[in-house]
Design a binder for this molecule. Structure first.
Ligand code: HEM
Length: 365
């Protein structure tokens, strides 16, 4: 017996590796009418993993102090071998991660994959979306540039719209009345410790639920209209479905390649897409740039607060929208899973998307 076989046998005896591979990979089957949108969750995992790996490399050289942060990032770009590449992959990747997670959520919404018994999967996913945004917010400040300083000032100022507790919330986030070294310290701790731990934990629960319940059958295409009565728990399986390995895995790898191509295209040909000129100037709390605005994914709520005359009304509407979306699986009581057969919901879905895109474009000016 070769060494490798001996090791495999050692593991096999202890955890039943062959059975695990059979159940989870080679004999695992998924609905035949599954579409490419179902791979967005896996692309999000790949994107998140890239953020973790590149983040660890950046952490070796980054200094979380207002006097050194900007210089340490410049050092990573100029002096560290391939430092510029790791930083660009991390910075561009953070923006693409937001896009992928948002698209995954939209696709889950469109397929109504949140319906019973997958409400918990939705709730955990939604929490992960909020964590992803907090990840980006906290990371944005770390380079301590004019861009990061003032964008953070705007976003952390948004809670002041709440009466009574607003000012306290803003100060709590910042650790002082202004964005300062105290803010950098707590954002750094959030970004490299608390958020990764929380996100990995929630991801574990998300994946457990997906595998335990079984993937949902898309409501479109052959077999899409089949209904299952959920009166007691059972694993939703598809004995005559498409093999997960290698058929579906090949599609997921293809989508990850598309993701990587988009990322390297931006790094090579549009390197300043997500980093305007202010990103190259060190933070100066006494010099407000002419056009300050938050990161693009916060532009819609920011613009909404600017447009609605009452700040309180604006923030209340946003809170209601977030709460409705969070509890959506419990609010949508209709049996029909095909959104194309629900014109009111489809209209609302497209309308909300257009309003979001419109506010984002408007907020740019
Ligand atoms: C970092 C963020 C996220 C990661 C890494 C992730 C990962 C995944 C993966 C790998 C799947 C299985 C395949 C698929 O359907 O794509 C999945 C399914 C699912 N996700 Fe997420 N997800 C994330 C965020 C979200 C969000 C924001 C929501 C919704 C609010 C959500 C709700 C769901 C639901 C309901 C399913 C079950 C789909 C089904 O059974 O058909 N996820 N997720």
């Amino acid at each position: 017996m070769t060494m490798l076989k001996a090791i495999k046998n050692w593991i096999e005896v202890r955890i039943g590796l062959d059975e695990l591979v059979r159940d989870q990979l080679t004999e695992y089957r998924i609905p035949r009418n599954i579409n490419l949108f179902y791979s967005l969750g896996t692309v999000a995992i790949a994107a998140f993993s890239i953020q973790v790996l590149t983040g660890i490399v950046l952490l070796v050289y980054y200094v979380p102090h207002p006097d050194h942060a900007f210089k340490s990032v410049q050092g990573i770009m100029m002096d560290v071998p391939y430092g510029w590449l790791f930083r660009q992959v991390h910075a561009v990747g953070s923006n693409l991660l937001v896009i992928v997670v948002a698209l995954h959520m939209l696709s889950v919404f469109f397929m109504k994959s949140y319906a019973k018994p997958r409400e918990m999967t939705w709730l955990v996913g939604f929490a992960m979306l909020l964590l992803t945004l907090t990840f980006c917010l906290s990371g944005y400040l770390l380079p301590w540039s004019q861009l990061s300083y003032w964008a953070t000032t705007i976003v952390t100022n948004m809670p002041t719209a709440f009466p009574y507790i607003g000012d306290y919330l803003t100060e709590f986030q910042r650790g002082s009345s202004q964005v300062s070294g105290a803010t950098l310290g707590r954002f750094f701790a959030l970004h490299v410790m608390l958020l990764p731990a929380l996100l990995v934990m929630l991801l574990g629960i998300h994946l457990f639920l997906i595998r335990r319940i079984g993937i949902s059958r898309p409501p479109f295409g052959p077999g899409g209209q089949e209904r299952v009565e959920w009166t007691q728990f059972h694993h939703e399986s598809y004995p005559d479905g498409m093999p997960f390995y290698p058929h579906y895995i090949a599609k997921e790898v293809f989508m990850i390649m598309v993701y990587l191509s988009a990322m390297f295209f931006i790094i090579a040909f549009l390197p300043t897409l997500f980093s305007p000129a202010d990103a190259n100037i060190p933070a100066d709390p006494f010099k407000t740039p002419a056009h300050i605005k938050p990161e693009w994914y916060f532009l819609a709520p920011y613009q909404m607060l600017r447009v609605i005359p009452s700040k309180f009304l604006g923030i209340t509407l946003q809170m209601i929208a977030i709460t409705v979306l969070f509890f959506w699986p419990f609010l949508d009581r209709k049996e029909e899973r095909n959104i194309l057969k629900r014109p009111v919901l489809l209209g609302g879905f497209i309308g909300a998307l257009l309003v979001w895109i419109g506010l984002t474009i408007w907020g740019n000016f």
